[in-house]
Design a protein around this ligand. Structure first.
Ligand code: GLA
Length: 407
C-alpha cells in the first residue's frame, strides 16, 4: 500500500516533471517565435520607430487612394528614409498627404494636414498639400496683359483669380514615376487652360533624403509666352495634424519687407518694412503673440496671410522660414530659390472638414508657408517677373527640412 502510494507518488512526480518540461519547452518555443516575429517586424520598419508608428501610419492607406479620375490612374506613393521619416504623396494634384516624423521622445505624429481617402481631396477647398499652378495666389481682377493682349481668368475669389482658377494644377491628375525615394510628377497644361496662354509642360520632383529633407524641384517650359508661379501648399502643425492650434509655434521669417495688400489681399505694389510691426519675424516670435494686433494689414489678412520679401538676391537658395515647436522638439526649416513666401495662418479654417485622424480642422490649427513669386506679379511691373518665354526654362528648388531637438 505504502509502496503503491510511493510508486504512485513517484509516477505522479515524474508526470509533473514531464509536464513542467513540456510547459518549459512550450514557453521557450513561443518566446522564440515571438522574439523572431518582433525582430522581423522591427527590421522591416524605419530605424528608431516607436510603437505608435503603426497607428499613425495606417490612418492613410494606399488602397484608399487608388481610383480612376479623368480617365487616369490615381495612387499613393510612399517615400521612406533611413532616419524613420515617411512622406506619402498622391499624383492627384501632386499633393503631399502625410509627413510622419517622431518627436523628441520617439513618438510619431503626422505633421501635415490631409484627408484619409482620395474622396476628401476631390471636394477640398483648402488646397491641402498640393502643387498650386499655373499661378499660385491671387491675380487682381482675374486678368493680365501680355504684349498688349488681355487674358481673362476665372474670378474665383471676390472678383480676383486664386490658385490657378476653377480647376488648377491642384485638381489635375499628374503622371507619376517613383524611383526609390524620388517621385517625379509631370503634367502638361494645354494652351488656354483656365485662360492661360501656351502649352505648359511641368515637372515636379519630390526627393526624401536621409537628413529628413523633402526636396522639391520644379521645372516648366512653354510654347507661347505665359506667366508661371508654382508652389507647394502643405499645411503644418508640428504638434501633429488635428492637435490644437499653431499659435504657440515660434516663427522666424528672414525678410525685411512684405508686399502691402488691400482688403481683398491683392498687393498694392508697395513694399513695406516689417521693422516695429507684427510682421517682423527676423527674431523668433510665437504666431499667436501679435496675430490679433490692431493693425490694418493684420485686419485685411484676418491674421497672417501675406507675402514676405525674402532677404536674398534673385534666384539665391537660402533659408526663408523656421518654425519651432518646443513641446515636440520638432523644427521645420524652409529653404528656397524663390523671392517670396506667402505665410497663411489658417484664418479661413473653420472646423468644417475632418482630417486623417477624424479630428476637425479648426481655426488656425495649421500654417502654410508657400515659397513663390509675389502675388499679382503679372500686373505689377516693379515685382520680379513671372513671365516665361518659349525656349526658357522655369526652375525652382525648395526644401522642407525637419530637425528634432532631443534636449
Ligand atoms: C493661400 C491664400 C489664402 C487662402 C489659402 C487657401 O494661402 O493666401 O488667402 O486662399 O491659400 O485657403
Amino acid at each position: 500500500m505504502k509502496l503503491t502510494t510511493k510508486n504512485n507518488g513517484n509516477t505522479q512526480l515524474n508526470k509533473s516533471i514531464r509536464n513542467f518540461k513540456h510547459q518549459l519547452s512550450f514557453i521557450f518555443l513561443s518566446t522564440g517565435a515571438l522574439l523572431t516575429a518582433f525582430l522581423l517586424s522591427y527590421c522591416s520598419k524605419p530605424k528608431s520607430v516607436n510603437n505608435n508608428f503603426e497607428a499613425v501610419d495606417t490612418l492613410v492607406k494606399k488602397e484608399a487612394f487608388q481610383k480612376e479620375i479623368d480617365g487616369k490612374k490615381v495612387d499613393l506613393f510612399v517615400l521612406q528614409n533611413d532616419s524613420g521619416m515617411v512622406v506619402k504623396i498622391t499624383n492627384y494634384g501632386a499633393r503631399i498627404v502625410s509627413i510622419l516624423v517622431p518627436d523628441k521622445n520617439g513618438k510619431y505624429d503626422d505633421i501635415t494636414l490631409g484627408y484619409p481617402t482620395i474622396d476628401g481631396y476631390l471636394t477640398d477647398s483648402m488646397y491641402l498639400g498640393c502643387v498650386v499652378g499655373r499661378y499660385a495666389n491671387r491675380i487682381g481682377k482675374a486678368q493680365f496683359k501680355l504684349d498688349g493682349k488681355l487674358y481673362k481668368l476665372a474670378a474665383n475669389d471676390h472678383g480676383n483669380s486664386l490658385h490657378g482658377g476653377n480647376k488648377g494644377f491642384s485638381a489635375r491628375v499628374w503622371d507619376a514615376v517613383q524611383q526609390g525615394d524620388t517621385l517625379t510628377l509631370t503634367y502638361t497644361s494645354p494652351d488656354m487652360e483656365e485662360g492661360y496662354p501656351g502649352n505648359l509642360t511641368v515637372k515636379v520632383q519630390y526627393i526624401l533624403t536621409n537628413d529628413n529633407e523633402i526636396i522639391m524641384n520644379y521645372e516648366a517650359t512653354t510654347d507661347k509666352k505665359t506667366v508661371v508661379n508654382l508652389t507647394n501648399h502643405a499645411y503644418y502643425n508640428l504638434h501633429g495634424e488635428g492637435n490644437g492650434t499653431i499659435l504657440d509655434h515660434f516663427l522666424e521669417i528672414f525678410a525685411n519687407q512684405t508686399t502691402e495688400i488691400d482688403s481683398l489681399l491683392i498687393p498694392t505694389g508697395k513694399l513695406v518694412d516689417v521693422k516695429d510691426t507684427p510682421f517682423d519675424f527676423n527674431t523668433p516670435h510665437t504666431i499667436g503673440e501679435r496675430i490679433n494686433t490692431d493693425n490694418e494689414q493684420i485686419k485685411f489678412g484676418k491674421g497672417y496671410d501675406h507675402n514676405w520679401v525674402l532677404n536674398k538676391k534673385e534666384g539665391e537658395f537660402a533659408l526663408a522660414v523656421r518654425l519651432t515647436d518646443t513641446i515636440s522638439g520638432r523644427i521645420l526649416e524652409l529653404y528656397t530659390t524663390e523671392p517670396g513666401v506667402q505665410v497663411y495662418s489658417g484664418n479661413f479654417m473653420n472646423g468644417s472638414v475632418k482630417g486623417k485622424s477624424g479630428k476637425p480642422y479648426e481655426y488656425r490649427t495649421a500654417i502654410a508657408m508657400e515659397p513663390q513669386h509675389f502675388p499679382d506679379s503679372p500686373n505689377k511691373p516693379n515685382f520680379p517677373s513671372t513671365i516665361l518665354n518659349p525656349g526658357e526654362k522655369y526652375t525652382q528648388t525648395s526644401i522642407v527640412k525637419i530637425r528634432i531637438q532631443k534636449q
